[in-house]
Design a protein. Sequence first.
Length: 276
Amino acid sequence: MSMQGRFEVSSHRVAKFIAIAIAIFILLILGFASTYIVEPGHRGVLVTMGKVSPGFRQEGFGFKSPFITTVVPVSIRQQTREMKAECYSSDLQQISMGLNVLYRIPESSVVKIYQEYSGEPFESLIYPRVSEAIKEVTALQSAEMIVKKREEIKTKALAAAKLKVGSLLTLEDIVLANMALTKELEQAIEAKMVQEQEAAKAKFIQQKTEIEANTAVIRAKGEAEAIRIRGQALKETPNLIELQIVEKWDGHSPLVVGGGKGANILLPLKDTAVTP
């Protein structure tokens, strides 16, 4: 075979190899383009040439039309977002609140959330409604009550926000991370709390004094009544003293020592033994 013939055969083999490689490459691209994977905790929304399919895809591996269909993941896990709300109390005091909003997207709302809120509904759906609910609740309470009843304020705001959001999303909870008051308001609330503590302390001392005085009166009345009962008993029974002496006698007769002027000494007979 001439050199020219060998060259033509070699060129033909190279062209064939390149064609096979290109075909394999195209097949690989088609294979990747026609499959999708939805990660755990997500649901897939199918978009075909700009049109959204009414149903979503479960997590896992699947097939789709290559090049013209895209699978967009939407998270159904619980998410937490921070937000701030500027509120006014019923006594027109300004209060700044830092909130943590916990929410999730139900499976039934995945497609609609993607269509209407691009898959991220916080800024356009959750934030304004939670802010409105917080303002409505705080407007009914004084600044002092808002500070004292944080948990009650949170519970009412969560209930109001759930009604505003509806069933499209699930609001799990609202956490009041912090609450900032004006300096003057903080000082006024602190001064009032100190006054209330002092008043409670004074009331406790007063109640304690009254209880001690009542106890003393009751004790005195009891002692007086006991004395009266003894006097009445002696008056009605003159021999009661002699009976008490006999009950307390130890069986030994006393001995009187001494005579004449001066004091006499009583000695028990058992201490004066007679020497035979």
